[in-house]
Design a protein around this ligand. Structure first.
Ligand code: ASP
Ligand code: MG
Length: 422
């Protein structure tokens, strides 16, 4: 029996018909039994579904958005399939199911569970389309519902993996299929012990690839991206970038911690624990080496830039004429934990705690509600958090040109700046 390989294709790699064709070309020489293909939703589908969810929450009409989303998928299919192909009624069906879910009761209380029942439709649609297209191209693959494999707790939208059950599912259900055929499944989605759909956090498909790899004792994971590999900065935001030929797990994990979006933060740990190498490669130049993340990589310390947008800076001032103590920080972290908000940066002074968090629907409102008894709170929205690892001090000022700096923090190897465009 050959070694299992996992290939993960994100939204950009299936965003239109030529992208799907390209995926088939990439797989043509690589596909064999013992391959698992993990796909995300097509293009910006997940964002569109989130928009529809927001409209639904505000009791506004989302049917126009739904029609656009359906037309988007149908248009891709029209370019890939003959007119009478089974994919067309299948897509119609998925949208009927989607509307059925949308019509169910929702409130702020059950929102996360409701969200998880709906948001995974992007992955269901794309995995169907890609599977049918590969088969049409004589690349036979089996379709697998990831919710039958990835077992999680019931922490909707941020579900934690039940590693034991997931491993059992993978070994008993997936492995026998893989002995015969490649299998295609969805990233991002799982199910709890009652079979209710859950999700692993936005952009979680990379994590799915790592979970399956660990659960199947795979030989490698390859993530196919629209960049040449892991770069020292996002090429969409920075002009000059350098490719890392290799990274060790720790370096890669550190970059994802600060928000490097090339790999989902949770992806590295399961792979590192099982010493499974991770390749990050370009779907535009599939024969190029890309980046290999593994345990024996040479460490390199070139300046690395990570930008997180849509940040909120919250300043909490104690009002009882005491100074900031551990209990204040504890109190704030407790609330953040309940709201499932992560602190991207923290700074304390004598009477103020400043935290930087991602902007998320309802969350700021709830946080303020819960803390405004004990703190005087001010906040700024629409900010950027720039993290520079191994900074070149001389180049720093140019990064802040045209920006107002609201908060700054540096350690020996890291500078973090919260900035706003002037
Ligand atoms: N489609 C999901 C998202 O956009 C998962 C992923 O892309 O990894 O968040
Ligand atoms: Mg995506």
């Amino acid at each position: 029996m050959g070694k299992i390989q996992i290939h993960k294709f994100g939204g950009a790699s299936v965003k239109d018909s030529s992208a799907v064709r390209n995926l088939a070309i990439i797989l043509r020489n690589r596909l064999r039994n013992n391959c698992v293909i993990v796909v995300s939703a097509m293009g910006k589908t997940t964002n569109e579904l989130e928009t529809m969810l927001s409209l639904r929450m505000e009791d506004k009409d989302y049917s126009g958005n739904s029609t656009i989303l359906k037309e988007y998928h149908l248009a891709i299919c029209k370019e890939l399939f003959p007119e009478d192909h089974v994919i067309f009624p299948k897509i119609e069906n998925y949208f009927i199911l989607l509307h059925h879910e949308f019509n169910k009761q929702v409130s702020k209380e059950n929102y996360d569970e409701y969200y998880d029942r709906i948001i995974g439709f992007g992955e269901l649609l794309s995995s169907r389309i890609v599977m049918e297209y590969l088969c049409l191209e004589n690349l036979l693959v089996l379709w697998q519902d990831a919710r039958e494999l990835i077992r999680t707790d019931s922490d909707f939208r941020f579900a934690k993996i039940d590693w034991e059950k997931t491993r059992l599912n993978c070994q008993s259900q997936l492995k026998p299929k893989l002995d015969q055929f490649p299998v295609l499944t969805q990233g991002f989605i799982g199910a709890d012990s009652k079979g209710r759909p859950t999700t692993l956090g936005r952009e979680g498909s990379d994590f799915t690839a790592a979970i399956l790899a660990a659960s199947l004792d795979a030989a490698s994971v390859t993530i196919w991206k629209d960049v040449p590999g892991v770069l020292n900065a996002d090429p969409k935001l920075f002009a000059d970038t350098t490719l890392f030929e290799e990274l060790d797990y720790q370096q890669a994990a550190q970059m994802t911690f600060y928000g490097a979006s090339v790999i989902h933060p949770k992806t590295i740990k399961p792979l590192a624990n099982a010493s499974i190498p991770l390749f990050v490669k370009s779907f535009l130049n599939p024969d190029e080496a890309g980046t290999k993340i593994h345990s024996t990589a040479q460490s390199v310390s070139i300046p690395t830039f990570i930008l997180k947008k849509d940040q909120i800076l919250v300043s909490l001032k104690v009002t009882d004429f005491t100074f900031i103590e551990e209990k204040h920080i504890h109190q704030i972290y407790e609330k953040l934990k309940v709201l499932k908000l992560r602190v991207n940066m923290l700074q304390t002074s004598a009477i103020t705690i400043s935290i930087v968090i991602d902007s998320q629907l309802f969350k700021l409102e709830k946080l303020l509600e819960q803390l405004n008894q004990d703190f005087e709170i001010r906040y700024n929205e629409g900010l950027e958090l720039l993290t520079v690892l191994h900074p070149d001090m001389e180049a720093m000022p140019s990064l802040l040109n045209g920006y107002q700096v609201l908060l700054e923090q540096s350690t020996r190897n890291t500078i973090q700046v919260v900035r706003r465009r002037n």
